[in-house]
Design a protein around this ligand. Sequence first.
Ligand code: WT7
Length: 658
Amino acid sequence: MATETPGQETQETLSNLLSETRRFEPPADLASAANVTADAYEEAAQDRLAFWERAAERLTWAERWNTTLEWKPPFSKWFVDGKLNVAYNCVDRHVEAGRGDKVAYHWEGEPEGDTRTITYADLQKEVAKAANALEELGVRKGDRVAVYMPMIPELPIALLACARIGAIHSVVFGGFSASALKSRIDDADAKIVITADGGYRRGAPSALKPTVDEAVADCPGVEHVLVVRRTGQDVPVNERDVWWHDLVERQPSEHEPVPHDAEDPLYILYTSGTTGKPKGILHTTGGYLTQVAWTHHAVFDLKPETDIYWCTADIGWVTGHSYIVYGPLANGATSVIYEGTPDTPHRGRFWEIVQKYQVTILYTAPTAIRTFMKWGDDIPAKYDMSSLRVLGSVGEPINPEAYVWYREHIGANRCPVVDTWWQTETGGIMISPLPGVTAAKPGAAMRPLPGVVADVVDDQGESVPNGGGGFLVVREPWPAMLRTIWGDDQRYIDTYWSRFEGMYFPGDGAKRDEDGDLWLLGRVDDVMLVSGHNISTTEVESALVSHPKVAEAAVVGATDPVTGQAIVSFVILRGGAEESEDIASELRAHVAKTLGPIAKPRQILVVPELPKTRSGKIMRRLLRDVAENRSLGDVTTLTDSSVMNLIAEKLPSAKSDD
Ligand code: WT7
C-alpha cells in the first residue's frame, strides 16, 4: 500500500488474510477445443486496439469505422463513424445465413408445461412487428422507451425492436415500486412504457399493470402504455393503454433495419449505488455489442451449434441485457429463459430445467448458489445434469466454499467455474478466468480478460505488489464502458474518475495474491477498520461459509470503543445444522484459525434470513443499523422487509463470549 508515516510501519490499504491453495485445471478436452487460448492475452497486450478491432469484426457492419478509439478522458468513442444495426446483428443475419430454424430461446414459464420455442426466424418476425408497432405509436430514433415486464419472450422482443429503430430502452426491474418506476421514467423522459398485465411468481400471477398506472398517473410525457397479456388477470385499461395483441399482431412481419452510428445510444439502465438518486448508466451501440459478444464467446466458450446456454438472471439487470439478450443473440446461441423463482413448484426446478433442455452452460449468482447449498445436496443429486460443461458466477464475490459446492454438486467436478467480475457500468465482463486456459482458484476472478487493463492500487494510486490489497481500477478505456450518466456528465466524472487521476474506479476493493491473481473483496464502503486494519467483509464471510455448519454469512463493522470498529456476523446455518449454545464460540474460533485473531468477530448471530436487494446483494447498511442498535432506515428495496424484524428479535441474545 500506500501511506508511509514516519515511525510507523507501512499500513496495507486492505489486509490480505485469506489463503487458498486449491486450483482447478481446465478439462483437457475443453482446453484443446477452446474458442480462446492463452495467445489472446499476448495478442491483446501487444496491440489492444487491434485486438478489439478483431472482436468488432465478428459483427456485421453496414459501414466500417475510421478510428477505433477516440479517447478524451473520461469520454470515449469506439469504432468512430462505424454503422451497424444491433437487431440485425442479433437476429436477421443468422436467418440470412440459413440458421432461421435454429432455436434462439427455449422459454419456460413458471407454471409447469407453459413453454414457448422461438427460432431465429420467429424472432425476426416478432421483432419486425414490434418495431413497426412502436413506429405506429410515434416512437422515433433517440426516443426513450421504459420497459417494465416479467420474464416473457416479449421482453427481449421489445428491447430488440427498440434497438432496431434506434429508440433507447430503459428497463426497470419488474419488482420495483411505482415511485422507483416513476422516477426512472421522469429522469429519462420516456415517451412510452411497455409492460404486461402481470407475470407468474411463486406459483401465482403477480400484477404489474397497476404499478405502471400508479407510476404514470403523474407523467404527462408518457403518451402510451403498451400492455402484453400474460396472466389474463383483470387489469384496469385507460385511454393511453394499447394491448400488444391488438397493435403488434396486425403489423407486417418485415421491417428494414436501418444502420445506426456506433456511438448512438442503445440503452439506459439505472443503478442505485449506495446513496442519492439512481444513476442512468448509458450504453451505446458498436463497442457495447463488440464486447458482450466477444466475452460471451470467450468466457463461456460458446459453441453456437451445440451449446444450450442458460443465464438465470432477470433481464431487468445488466446481466440479462448483456448475457441473455445481446451477447448470446449476437453469437447465434440457443438460450433458455425461465420466468419464475427457483423454488416453484419445488426446490429442484432449476435442475429439472437443466435436465429437460440439456443445458450445457449455466450462469448464475452466488446468492442463488448459497441458497441451493442451504436447501441440501440431495436436491440437485436427483437430476441428470451430465450435459453441463461450463458454470459461471456473477454479482458478488463467490465464497470459496460456495464455488467448490457449485463445482461438485452442480458440475460433478467436471466443469470449470468462471467467476466473472463486472458491473452495470462496465457493460460486459472484465475480469474472469477463461475456461480452456485458466487454472482457476475458488473465489478468485483471476485475471483481466484480454483487452482489459485492470489493476489494484493503494490509496495514492500506485500498483500494489503481489500479496497486497487495495482498490480495483481500470487503467484504459474498454469498448462496452458506460459513456456517461444520462443527463449528468459531471456526476459521471465525480463518481468514477475523480478518486484516482486518469483511472476508472468501480468502487470495489481487491487483492492481488502471490501469483498475481485477482480476488474481489466487495464494495470499499463495506470495508471494516478494526484496530487499524482494513478488513474485507468478503474474507470474513468466506471464512464463516467455509465452516461445515454455515450456509450464508453477512459481516459488518460496528462502532466499538476499543477497536474502532468490531466485526459483527450474521449467519444462516446449513440444512440439518442445529443451532446450539456454543455455535458462536465455535465459529469465532474457526474464523480466528482461518484468517488470524484480528478477524475474529465480536458477535455472531444465527438468523433465518439475510436482507437482500432485489438483485440478491446483501444489504450490509441495514445490518450495520441493527448491529449499532439504530432504528432501521429505508427497507423498501428489500426483497422481504419482514426479514429485518426476524433479525432484530435475535439481537438481545447476541453476546460476545469473551
Ligand atoms: C457490483 C456490480 C455484473 C452484473 C451484475 C451486478 C459486485 C459483480 C462480482 C464478482 C465480486 C462482484 C461488485 C460490482 N460484483 N460481480 N464476480 N466478484 N464482486 O451488476 O448491480 O452493477 O453490481 O457487483 O461489487 O461492483 P451491478
